[in-house]
Design a protein around this ligand. Structure first.
Ligand SMILES: [Zn+2]
Length: 499
């Protein structure tokens, strides 16, 4: 194919889909620039002759926003750009000069992908659907669980067991039938991520696994779309807008990706998920809502202030803490890295090439640290006959708060965090416990248990190391309970609380 003269270099290798996306982006930009010119031009006297349908439904609202009344705009040639009911539905946001009819049409034309329909994805999806984003893609391979409902507000108890994408669709359609919802009922992988993201203009990463965060970011770099990234745990949350702009332009450098900011993943043992560390609903909710806002700012540049644009030197990294005063803190992050794997090799190769994300994050073999003969099934532990001697003492290594929620009778609690930080002290306290309880079996035997059977293996390994150094320990270790309390519930006690 002959090269078009004057076509900037960055567009020459773009696929048809990327070109269509660029055209959409530029059309949107042109509309906004025209609006800006119109708003900046001196107003002529006399009443505004704005479209009748829009104006008549909004007269009272413009009166409640006196500071905006002098910027009410005329929308040329727009007598029926939206359905009649859409003027009513979106009226309150359309009368804002930053949105206007052209902005609403831009939202209607936009295609936004939400990866993860949990605590972040729920409020983000609800606000974006309500705002009239024309096409929203929903990615999640999980089903709705009762433990989701305190924070994942678009799912209801009636939908327990339903695919999250279907539950989300049900809720979002009840909120707004004017939009198109596309279900992607699977987990993203290096095989499907790029082709999924390529269908959209912006992606929101609402997941909670480091491996998936790298995957979504890398795919966003290859698909050349901005990424709104959020995360939350316990009482804190974070927000970043990445890969924005997704390609360098004459006036701006390419925005950094997640890998530019965090070239190395955190050590796997330092990672807590919401299921392990806990999360307060409003904390994750506030980040999800902010993600929706940042998405609208990407889609509607008029929502960004001039000051934002001229002073922004790097990527803003917003931190929220329920305990901070003020609750929000903004840190400016560095720009894109020159040697970033995603922004260079992957982007140029235009593929993830089956990159091993779990291996990169150290998650390929975290659950089988111990050899099989050191692991005991819950039912095997339960069936130990008293005639063959006392069963090993169960040492529960969950944090004390979780142990207090529920535990197996006669088990003792020594948290993994205590063992990890000071194994000598932790195992000495176990010595004292055994002496205090006058175990008839000296040395007696212990067996570690935790929630899912991961920390218990680390505790066994730490015990073995300590045993080499400390000959005064009055107990030996049998190993751990495979699968932890989750397996205990499945094999021994179905009534054991699942929290
Ligand atoms: Zn990068």
């Amino acid at each position: 194919m002959a090269e078009l003269q004057g076509l900037p270099e960055e567009y020459r290798d773009m696929s048809l889909e990327e070109l269509h996306r660029e055209i959409r982006r530029m059309e949107q930009l042109i509309r906004l620039l025209k609006d800006k010119v119109e708003l900046s031009e001196p107003r002529t006297s006399g009443p505004d002759t704005q479209d009748v349908d829009l104006h008549s439904t909004q007269k009272t609202e413009t009166q409640t926003l006196p500071c905006r009344t002098n910027t009410a705009r005329k929308e040329p040639g727009c007598t029926r750009s939206l359905k009649v009911q859409e003027y009513k539905r979106y009226g309150r946001q359309m009368i804002m000069p930053e949105v206007g009819l052209s902005g609403q049409l831009a939202l209607k034309k936009a295609r936004v992908l939400i990866v993860g329909l949990g605590g972040l994805g729920s409020p983000a999806a609800a606000y974006l659907a309500a705002a009239g984003i024309g096409t929203i893609g929903l990615v999640d391979g999980d089903k709705v669980e009762l433990s989701n409902l305190h924070r994942q507000i678009i799912h209801t108890a009636d939908n327990e067991g339903m695919e999250k994408v279907d539950s989300a669709r049900k809720f979002l359609h009840s909120l707004n039938k004017e939009i198109k919802l596309v279900a992607h009922p699977y987990h993203l992988s290096s095989k499907n991520a790029v082709e999924t993201l390529e269908e959209y203009d912006v992606v929101l990463d609402c997941t909670d696994r480091p491996a998936t965060r790298y995957l979504v970011s890398d795919a966003a770099v290859i698909a050349k779309i901005p990424l709104v990234h959020g995360s939350a745990l316990q009482t804190e949350g974070q927000l970043m807008v990445l890969n924005n702009p997704p390609i360098a332009t004459a006036s701006k450098k390419k925005g950094p990706c997640y890998r530019c900011i965090w070239p190395k993943p955190p050590p796997p043992q330092s990672i807590l998920t919401c299921g392990e560390g806990g999360i307060l609903g409003p904390v994750v909710g506030v980040i999800g809502v902010l993600m929706a806002m940042e998405t609208m700012k990407i889609l509607l540049p008029a929502l960004r202030t001039n000051a934002d644009e001229s002073t922004r030197k790097g990527t803003p990294f917003l931190l929220y803490s329920a305990y901070l005063n003020p609750s929000f803190k903004s840190v400016t992050m560095r720009g894109a890295r020159e040697n970033c794997l995603a922004c260079t090799t992957m982007a140029n190769g235009r593929t993830l090439k089956n990159y091993g994300y779990d291996t990169f994050c150290g998650l390929s073999c975290p659950v089988n640290i111990l050899p099989p003969d050191e692991r005991m099934e819950p039912k095997a532990y339960r069936s130990i006959s008293p005639t063959s001697g006392p069963a090993p003492i169960l040492v529960d290594v969950r944090e004390n708060t979780q142990y207090n929620i529920c535990h197996i009778e006669n088990s003792i609690n020594i948290p993994w965090s205590t063992i990890r930080e000071d194994p000598a002290d932790a195992f000495q306290s176990m010595n004292k416990h055994i002496q205090h309880n006058g175990s008839s079996q000296v040395p007696c035997e212990i067996c570690f248990i935790c929630r899912f059977g991961n920390d218990s293996q680390l505790a066994v390994r730490r015990f073995r190391e300590q045993q080499q150094k400390d000959s005064g320990l009055k107990f030996t270790c049998k190993g751990d309970i495979r699968g932890g309390l989750k397996a205990w519930r499945e094999q021994v006690d179905p009534e054991f609380p699942d929290y």
